[in-house]
Design a protein around this ligand. Structure first.
Ligand SMILES: [Fe+2]
Ligand SMILES: [Fe+2]
Length: 273
């Protein structure tokens, strides 16, 4: 066969790369690999092949120690330096989980969907990687680090309880849990600014704006799937929250940020605790 007719090396599979990032335990390596994965996908270097599957639980470093939610001691008030460090540490942990969740939805539930689905969630994974990196760097500037405090081991529960159902995953993770972040973050930003820590406040504000986009991706794909399956979106959303979400929807809601993300008040207002 003439050399010119020889096929090039087969492109690496997207699914294998997703799996490799999920299995990475060391946070800074996970961050770098997630960002490289998004770059390689965008550059067309990966085949849209998701046949490899994902691990049940992502790789985690030896520290932080993971405790059941009931064993976590209360964080101090944000007026104290200790309370603020505990908050930044808890948020770093949430971002690391969010990174894995964004990859898990592609690797576990994204087969059969168009490449645009992977585009969106790989960009979310890259954002979450950046959010973790910003918080990790901020913790170091405050003479501590991610892993110095125990962290909550309940965050992967939402992934496990929606592992069989893409619609449920889209409802519970981006449009319930991440939307909850939109409700509470503005007050946290103000508390850091009032406590004389404008650098942390700026990081949290940056995260807040990105999270509006993430909730928006959730609503976009939820709407696309409902339309394709002939489901009524508002009723389906509420039914899935009732059947798949253990917590309650706590007001007050950030209606304007939720609306910007495409999540109308009539979806959630009737379920408020
Ligand atoms: Fe984030
Ligand atoms: Fe997010």
């Amino acid at each position: 066969m003439p050399v010119s007719a020889a096929p090039g090396p087969p492109a690496a599979a997207l699914g294998a790369r997703v799996r490799a990032v999920l299995e990475t335990a060391e946070p800074r390596a996970k961050v770098m690999r997630a960002r490289a994965l998004r770059r390689d996908w965008r550059a067309g270097r990966l085949a849209h092949d998701l046949s490899v599957g994902v691990p049940d639980r992502p790789g985690r470093p030896a520290r932080p120690e993971l405790l059941p939610p009931s064993a976590m001691s209360k964080r101090g008030k944000l007026g104290s330096a200790r309370g603020r460090v505990a908050m930044l540490h808890a948020l770093a942990h949430i971002e690391l989980n969010a990174l894995d969740l964004a990859l898990d939805i592609v690797g576990r539930l994204g087969a059969g969907l168009p490449p645009a689905f992977a585009d969106d969630w790989l960009s979310v994974a890259a954002d979450e990687a950046l959010h973790f990196a910003l918080l990790d760097r901020r913790l170091r500037a405050l003479s501590t680090f991610y892993g110095a405090l125990p962290a909550h081991d309940g965050l992967w529960e939402a992934a496990a309880s929606t592992a069989d159902n893409l619609l449920a995953r889209l409802v519970i993770v981006p449009t319930v849990l991440e939307a909850r972040g939109l409700d509470v973050t503005p007050a946290t930003v103000r508390a850091f600014a009032a406590a004389g820590d404008p650098r942390s406040a700026a990081i949290l504000q940056r995260i807040y704006l990105d999270e509006i986009r993430h909730v928006g991706f959730g609503m976009k794909w939820f709407g696309t799937l409902c339309a394709a399956r002939g489901l009524a979106p508002a009723d389906t959303w509420r039914e899935l929250v009732r059947s798949r979400f253990r917590g309650s929807l706590k007001p007050p809601f950030n209606d304007s940020a939720r609306r910007q993300a495409g999540l109308p008040r009539d979806y959630y207002a009737a379920l408020a605790s």
